[in-house]
Design a protein around this ligand. Structure first.
Ligand code: NAP
Length: 272
C-alpha cells in the first residue's frame, strides 16, 4: 500500500483527502492519502521521518512550501522559479519537488486569459507569488497592481517580478481606492475565511467593468464576501475549489502517471 499525504499547519480545513482517496479507489491504485499536521517545532524531524518511512510522496501547504526545499534532491524549473514546492515524489531513491499551483490557478480562467490586460492582485504572500508568475507568463498583462496589508511585502514581490518581466507593476495598500479598472481581480489573502469570514479584503466599487472576472483562491466558504460583492455587481465570480482540484489532479498525475478521474469528484460534498 503506497502512502501519500499533505503536510502543513494548521490543516483543519483541507479537502485534499476527499479528492485523492476516491481517485485512488476509482483507478484501483492501492494507496492512501493522509493529513500530517506538523507543528513548526517538529517540522525537521517529521519530514525526515516521512522520507525514511513508507511515504511515496506528499503535498506541501502553508507555511512549509519554502521550508521543505532543503529536503529535496531535485526541483523542477517551475518550482524553482517561484521558490516554492507543493508536490514531492519519491522515485529511484530520490526526492523530486514540483509546483502544481501555477497550473491549478490558470485552469479555471484559461478561457479569459487572452482578454486580460490589467490585473489587481490582492495579497503578496506565497500564493500571490505563484499567481503573479503564472499570469505574467501566460497572459499579455500590461498593468498589474499588487494591493497588500503590509506594503513592504508587496514591494518585495514587485522587486522579484521586475527582475523577470517588463510589465508595469504598482503596489498599494488594501484601503487605497483605485481609479483603475481591472479585467481580473484575484484575492490571494486569507481574508474571507476562518476568523475573517465576514470581511472583504478589497472594495471592488471603483475597480470593475462589466467584463471583470473576480477570482478568490479561498474555497471554504463557497462564497466569500468579495465574491458576494462581485455577484452583486453581476461579475463572473470564481472561487478556489477548481484550482484546488486542478492542482491536486496534477499532483496525482506526477505520483501515479495516470490522468485524474474527474468523475469521482462531486463538488457538492465540499459544501455540505
Ligand atoms: P501567506 O503566504 O501566509 O500570505 C497571506 C497573505 O494574506 C499575505 O498577503 C498577508 O498580508 C495577507 N493577510 C493575512 N491575514 C490578513 C489580514 N487579516 N488582513 C489583511 N491581509 C491579510 O499565505 P498563502 O500561501 O499566500 O495563502 C493565502 C490564501 O490562498 C489562503 O487562503 C490559502 O487557502 C489560499 N490558497 C488556495 C489555493 C487553492 O488551491 N485554492 C492554493 C494556495 C493558496 P501581509 O503581507 O500583510 O501579512
Amino acid at each position: 500500500m503506497r502512502k501519500y499525504g499533505v503536510i502543513g499547519y494548521p490543516l483543519g480545513h483541507t479537502f485534499s483527502p476527499q479528492i485523492h482517496n476516491p481517485a485512488f479507489k476509482a483507478l484501483g491504485i492501492e494507496a492512501t492519502y493522509e493529513v500530517y499536521q506538523i507543528q513548526p517545532d517538529k517540522f525537521n524531524e517529521t519530514v525526515t521521518g516521512l522520507k525514511a518511512g513508507q511515504c511515496s510522496g506528499f503535498n506541501v501547504t502553508v507555511p512549509y512550501k519554502q521550508k521543505v526545499i532543503p529536503f529535496i534532491d531535485e526541483i523542477d524549473p517551475v518550482a524553482q522559479r517561484v521558490n516554492a514546492v507543493n508536490t514531492i515524489k519519491k522515485a529511484d531513491g530520490k526526492w523530486y519537488g514540483y509546483n502544481t499551483d501555477l497550473f491549478g490557478f490558470l485552469f479555471p480562467i484559461e478561457n479569459y486569459l487572452k482578454n486580460i490586460k490589467s490585473v489587481l492582485i490582492i495579497g503578496a504572500g506565497g500564493a500571490a507569488n505563484a499567481v503573479c508568475f503564472a499570469l505574467l507568463d501566460s497572459a499579455n498583462i500590461k498593468h498589474m497592481t499588487i494591493a497588500n496589508r503590509t506594503i513592504e511585502n508587496a514591494n518585495a514581490l514587485k522587486n522579484s517580478l521586475d527582475k523577470t518581466y517588463n510589465t508595469e507593476i504598482e503596489t498599494t495598500s488594501l484601503e487605497h481606492e483605485s481609479d483603475k479598472k481591472y479585467e481580473l481581480v484575484v484575492n490571494t489573502t486569507s481574508v474571507g475565511m476562518g476568523q475573517t469570514q465576514n470581511q472583504n479584503p478589497y472594495n471592488l466599487l471603483n475597480s470593475y467593468t462589466d467584463k471583470t472576472v473576480v477570482y478568490d483562491l479561498i474555497y471554504n466558504p463557497e462564497k466569500t464576501e468579495l465574491l458576494k460583492q462581485a455577484e452583486l455587481f453581476k461579475l463572473k465570480a470564481i472561487n478556489g475549489l477548481d484550482m484546488l482540484i486542478a492542482q491536486a489532479a496534477k499532483s496525482f498525475f506526477i505520483w501515479t502517471g495516470k490522468e485524474f478521474p474527474n468523475h469521482v469528484i462531486d463538488k457538492r460534498i465540499f459544501y455540505k
